[in-house]
Ligand binder design. Structure first.
Ligand SMILES: C[S@@+](CC[C@H](N)C(=O)[O-])C[C@H]1O[C@@H](n2cnc3c(N)ncnc32)[C@H](O)[C@@H]1O
Length: 263
């Protein structure tokens, strides 16, 4: 059943023209990392518009139900209208204070969201608290340790967006290093920890359609930057990045998926 409980708060964001190229998920790494997971009742933290739930339903070996939580009512309303299945529901909730009893879920996931959270250790501790012993905790996150100039430019573009958001008062950190993500995960004291890595070595870095989408995205970021303090420096940075991307192209940011089990 689809529900937002408690009822929607006011809309707090508007749709962003994020290029499909940047948001499309690297299927292979998720096939590998999720394909053996029997997820039972799964909780998806900071689910946003539910994009990752499509991937979970395609790649998990099995699941019984999926609960997506987010503190943004507008994103959840979009998620609700995108799914029409009795086994998927959405609840508006702060990830730092989950309204579930301990040991409630067989699997708890967070995807592409750690760098949007203000208190990551508290969220990870909450994720562990609501996970049953023996259950799986899954973190997938982009990071800043690419191996090519084109991947590095995708990281810099993401960082520009993060800087503009932060200047406008929207929590958005730069992406972490892979080691920082591993360290966050290790601090949870889980067992059987495994990492699955994705590096984009195949997409065409100068595909005209991609470059056009990126250009529109940069334009949108720079328009928003106009209302930020120190907008001139942000705009100079954006224009320089745009020139570099046109010169050498762009490939997706690296991603790591980390899986562990609660003792
Ligand atoms: C990049 S988006 C979500 C991406 C989504 N997980 C996916 O993979 O498609 C990050 C989300 O984190 C949510 N968020 C940030 N802080 C939060 C908090 N304290 N509690 C719940 N959600 C939060 C935002 O509202 C936003 O929807």
């Amino acid at each position: 059943m689809m529900e937002i409980d408690p009822p929607l708060k006011e809309a707090v964001t508007k749709t962003e023209p994020v290029p499909r190229f940047l948001t499309s998920k690297p299927d292979e790494v998720f096939k590998h990392s999720l394909g053996t997971v029997c997820a039972g009742n799964l909780l998806d933290i900071a689910t946003g518009e539910g994009g990752f739930i499509r991937l979970l339903t395609s790649f998990l070996k099995e699941y019984r139900s999926i609960t997506g939580i987010d503190n943004n009512g507008y994103a959840l309303a979009t998620a609700c209208s995108a799914f029409d299945q009795d086994d998927i529901r959405f609840v508006q909730m702060d990830a730092q204070k989950l309204g579930f009893a301990q040991d409630s879920f067989d699997c708890v996931n967070v995807s592409a969201s750690l760098h949007h959270l203000t208190d990551i250790p508290t969220v990870l501790a909450e994720m562990k608290r609501v996970l049953k012993p023996g259950g799986r905790l899954v973190v997938s996150e982009m990071h800043c340790n690419g191996v090519s100039e084109q991947q590095d430019l995708a990281v810099q573009l993401h960082h520009l967006k993060a800087e503009v958001d932060a200047a406008l008062g929207i929590p958005h950190h730069k992406t972490f290093s892979r080691q920082e993500l591993v360290d966050y995960f290790k601090a949870l004291d889980l067992q059987n920890i495994r990492c699955f890595d994705y590096l984009d070595m195949e997409s065409d870095p100068i595909d005209p359609g991609t470059l056009h989408e990126i250009d529109t995205f940069i334009e949108w970021i720079l328009e928003r930057a106009l209302s930020a303090p120190e907008s001139e420096a942000l705009i100079r940075k954006g224009e320089s990045l745009r020139r570099q991307i046109y010169r050498v192209g762009i490939q997706r940011e690296p991603v790591v998926v980390i899986v562990g089990e609660k003792v």
